[in-house]
Write a protein that binds this ligand. Sequence first.
Ligand code: SF4
Ligand code: SF4
Ligand code: SF4
Length: 511
Amino acid sequence: MAVGDTRSSNFFDFIVDRDTERCIECLVCIQQCPYDANIHRTVEPKGVVSDFAKCTGCHRCEAICPTGCITIRRNPSQFREHDIWTDWHIKNLYKQTATGGVLLTGSGNDYEYPIYWDHILLDACQVTNPSIDPLREPMELRTYLGSKPDKLEFEEKEGKIELKTELAPQLVLEVPVLFSAMSYGAINLNLCEALARTAEAMGTLYNTGEGGLHKRLYRYGKNTIVQVASGRFGVDIDYLSVAAAAEIKIGQGAKPGIGGHLPGEKVGEDVSKTRMIPIGTDALSPAPQHDIYSIEDLKQLIFAIKEATNYEKPVSVKIAAVHNSAAIASGIVRAGADIVAIDGFRGGTGAAPTMIRNNVGIPIELALASVDQRLRDEGIRSHASIIAAGGFRNSADVVKAIALGADAVYIATPALIAVGCTMCQKCYTGKCPWGITTNDPYLAKRLNPDIATEQLINLLRAWSREIKEFMGAMGINAIESLRGNRERLRGVNLTERELGILGIKHAGESW
Ligand code: SF4
Ligand code: SF4
Ligand code: SF4
């Protein structure tokens, strides 16, 4: 710590530990910190110092300092131990006492609820059922998203057998991972473009979120899912026509039942044009879609979009994972959706009320298993594909989700981490130090779309290879054979009730 380090309020979370012997006073850390936590003192004691209370723990200055003399540390000072009144609760009350405001946060629910992926183990082949070497044998990850017919009918025409059944439109994925909804405005155009380019390169899709589609990105339409949310930002016939699919957003895992709010200061000229709202106005998405109060209303919107796009594009409906997800999903499928996307409560967000994020919704693992089972029980599972979302951290989570019943998964936070996010959870400030969730031109320049594209391609490539390794170990050479194959999953440290909802056996039980 430097002499002169300070704190503008008490009970701060991070310490900026600066080795003054190695500091060359280049002032880079001052330019790099968007929160003005680093200060150049020109009066005694002179030098570069920090205001600990302003540090968000983003690690930007630590990564950029040319002499490596900064270490960001957690403030070890703790209040006296109390099982109920932890530091977190006490500091939240202090913040609210000072501001009278709703506590805000970014990213997904990090509260201490069980992560079921960590209680599920995958199977592997031994002796009687041979495993497959993915380096030597072809492995099929191709996935088709959309409604499938119950049966296929063929007819003979001029001596040739032809398919008579008209197939519903399908999205083709070369890897069962899509980029989840992140709106232009919440993230900047550099990142939108990197996501689009990666989706194109890897044969998958990215989702625009509710912020409209910038004209510069129209050329990636074949790899784009456009969202129709409660604010209807940027929705017109060009927007629907250029995309591969449309998604009606009913809910979001990080804030079920809550609308969105992009502050007016983030609505510059480009965002205003893309969202079709005046410059500087707050972009408010209402909590409900004001024309949808029943499954019948939802059906009208699904078919309005299908009609507008000549029945050539699949329509997805996205809901937050809540207690009644299975029945809701059944209604969505019966309303004619081609895809149901379910977003668990660990799904990320640019901004959410902390209390809502931490206390509303359910884990994706339980919602996915119950939705898949309900659709199977009702004989309508093939009528729509399921995309699971909300808290996927690695390829093992993806494989487990597919075995639990998902056709594919949406990821967002891993994509942000791939391009530099350090999970400081301050996205809602609009001052992301890594140029990700910011439209400030000075900060947004920190994200180079070429480098970000390379990082995102590497991420999907690595996960694809690992998914193939898992499949090979299980003796499966097509992802199709893994979907809903819960026999290949076993639970550990779970109750009978939890195992029942997940529809899996306990570890140690054989087939
Ligand atoms: S970036 Fe490093 S060397 Fe430069 S002023 Fe900051 S602490 Fe000193
Ligand atoms: S907020 Fe980030 S850049 Fe600023 S002092 Fe803290 S770690 Fe460094
Ligand atoms: S996107 Fe930026 S602001 Fe948000 S958590 Fe990551 S580093 Fe922090």
